[in-house]
Design a protein around this ligand. Structure first.
Ligand SMILES: Cc1cc2nc3c(=O)[nH]c(=O)nc-3n(C[C@H](O)[C@H](O)[C@H](O)COP(=O)(O)OP(=O)(O)OC[C@H]3O[C@@H](n4cnc5c(N)ncnc54)[C@H](O)[C@@H]3O)c2cc1C
Length: 534
């Protein structure tokens, strides 16, 4: 069976890129949204026109069978899937391409390659699904190295052990979401970690970036699901003890989580599993405006109800996602359990919303596994969520600036942060693009604060897209930090967010991190430029 081809430059499967006719129809809709600017579809650079430098180094003969210097492989491992990556790939610019791609089958292969890289001054870039949006897998490492290797972990993708009694599994880092869930399903268990990039991202990537799943509360960050990790470093194997909890000093896993390929190569981990959910309840609640909805969500997050979904969409986000079109903000609310029906939780949540003027015109929906799937606003939101990344491919082809960024802050800072960030993005879009849109939703909520997620759109000038995008990104990131937000709640630091991460992290911690890097990776070959400067 031939494997379904993925796009070299854009998100997902290549065959899901709409044809010119479909993109022309989209151009009309988006043009109306952006005040009538003329938009028309352009075509991505064909494979034979991709611009890559010639490889500077050849794979070591003993590992040559696992390596590829084919231009298509090198191009597919040059970038992640952020807006800047898509634009460069669309135009055929793959200048930071790795010299070759290695696909190890075992830890022995990883260690052999790591040794070879250290001996030959070659940078090694761990690569999971390549869905980074922060330039985390881009081999842009400066002149210090003789070459770069992209280490694609996806052939190490097995569920190695399942402990059904303790509800835990030992899983190899290269497993993508569908691959690991398919191996857990026969045991009636699930990891239940569903980032929007689930289909293509890997366990190793999730751990390395501290990914957030789509559940809004409780166990949603991969951090919450990790029991122990195994990371290969040039200084030896860092294997943390497999325990449900421990108070023995600083936790080794805390060093591995968020290490972004700069401290070692994660090869496997023990993860907490859950029963597959049977009972589900969902509802869509309409609020007159976003800030009123936010006050209701704050109360909900502090009531100990722990909804699985608690996404508040502002009015623009709701209409763009075809959830509502009447100018309301919408709360997509859901509960799920493998153990008990959920009526009391949903009823209490709706009562809290009603006390803030929230209306639920369609009423709540309840189902168990045997019933047909719910329909309505919650379901249209879900399908829009899964398909949304494909839309970015089309928008790039129309020359539209389209990106997202995210943060978290305390409830007491939220309203000021929201106003300031929106204004910073709106005014920068006006200045550099002549206009545009900025929308917001909550992806996660905590008792002490929300994780707001912003989307922006604007007409780009051909050839100037990257500078225009960086101006908006800079304005947004400065505003986040100035108003008490973090530079990232779940997208990671990579190369893109490093300047703001350096402002956010405490000085003594930066020194400690540098010392850890120098100890575990003394020649500095692992993903140079990520998290730490050269
Ligand atoms: C459309 C879209 C939707 C997204 N949705 C979400 C979301 O809902 N939640 C979220 O958290 N993120 C999301 N992201 C960001 C991205 O998917 C996450 O950062 C994800 O965790 C990356 O996983 P990956 O396997 O693709 O890693 P990659 O992109 O390949 O790598 C990311 C980083 O991890 C390092 N790395 C990868 N594997 C290993 C390993 N085995 N050992 C050591 N280091 C490693 C890399 O060197 C790099 O620094 C989204 C991205 C896109 C494009």
């Amino acid at each position: 069976m031939t494997e379904r081809a993925t796009s070299i430059w854009g998100w997902g499967y290549a065959d899901k890129f709409p044809d010119t006719e479909a993109r022309r129809a989209l151009a009309e809709q988006v043009s109306a949204l952006l005040g009538g600017v003329p938009l028309s579809p352009r075509e991505p650079a064909p494979l034979e026109a991709l611009r890559l430098p010639s490889p500077r180094i050849a794979p070591p003969p003993a590992l040559a069978a696992l390596c590829s210097s084919h231009p298509a492989d090198r191009a597919a491992h040059t970038y992640g899937k952020g807006y800047g990556d898509l634009v460069r790939g669309f135009h055929g610019d793959f200048s930071p391409a790795p010299d070759f791609v290695a696909r190890p089958l075992s830890e022995e292969h990883v260690l052999a390659l790591m040794d070879w890289c250290a001996d030959h001054h070659v940078a090694l870039i761990p690569f999971g699904g390549g869905t980074s949006v922060v330039r985390g897998v881009e081999p842009a490492v400066g002149e210090r190295f003789r070459g770069t290797v992209s280490l694609d972990m996806r052939r190490m993708n097995a569920v190695l052990e399942v402990d059904t009694l303790s509800r835990a599994a030992r899983i190899q880092a290269g497993a993508t979401g569908p691959v690991l869930e398919a191996q857990l399903a026969p045991h009636g268990l699930t990891l239940r970690h569903f980032p929007q990039s689930f289909e293509f991202s890997t366990l190793g990537g999730w751990i390395a970036t501290r990914a957030g799943g789509h559940f809004a509360t409780l166990y949603t960050h991969i951090d919450d699901l990790v029991e122990s990790t195994r990371m290969l470093t040039p200084r030896g194997v860092l294997q943390s003890p497999h325990l449900p909890a421990s108070g023995a000093g600083p936790a080794p896993d805390r060093l591995v989580l968020g290490s972004e390929g700069a401290l070692g190569v994660i090869t496997e981990a023990w993860l907490r599993l859950q029963a597959r959910p049977r009972f589900r309840a969902s509802a869509s609640v309409l609020f007159p405006d976003f800030l009123t909805g936010a006050r209701a969500v704050r109360e909900l997050s502090q009531a100990g109800l722990h909804p699985s979904n608690c996404r508040l969409l502002d009015e623009h986000e709701a209409s763009l996602n075809a959830v509502t079109a009447d100018g309301s903000a919408v709360l997509v609310l859901a509960f799920e359990s493998g153990d008990h029906p959920l009526h009391p939780w949903m009823e209490r949540a709706l009562a809290l919303c009603a006390s803030h003027g929230g209306r639920c015109p369609e009423g709540p929906r309840y189902r168990d596994d045997s019933a047909p799937r719910a329909s309505g606003a919650a379901e249209s939101w879900r399908s829009a969520f899964i398909e949304a990344p494909y839309l970015q491919n089309s928008l790039v082809s129309l020359g539209v600036l389209a990106d997202t960024f995210e943060t978290a802050c305390t409830w007491s800072r939220f309203e000021a942060l929201y106003a300031a960030v929106r204004e910073a993005v709106r005014s920068t879009l006006q200045r550099v693009c002549g206009g545009g849109w900025v929308t917001c939703r909550f992806t996660h909520v905590y008792p002490d604060g929300p994780a707001p997620y912003f989307t922006f759109l604007g007409p780009a000038r051909p050839g100037a897209e990257l500078e225009q995008w960086m101006e908006v990104k800079r304005a947004a990131s400065d505003a986040l930090l100035a108003h008490g937000g973090t530079i990232t709640h779940h997208h990671g630091v990579g190369r893109l967010h490093r300047p703001w991460y350096e402002r956010e992290r405490p000085g003594p911690f930066a020194l400690a991190l540098q010392a850890v890097k120098a100890t575990l990776d003394p020649r500095g070959i692992l993903n140079p430029g990520v998290l730490l400067g050269p």
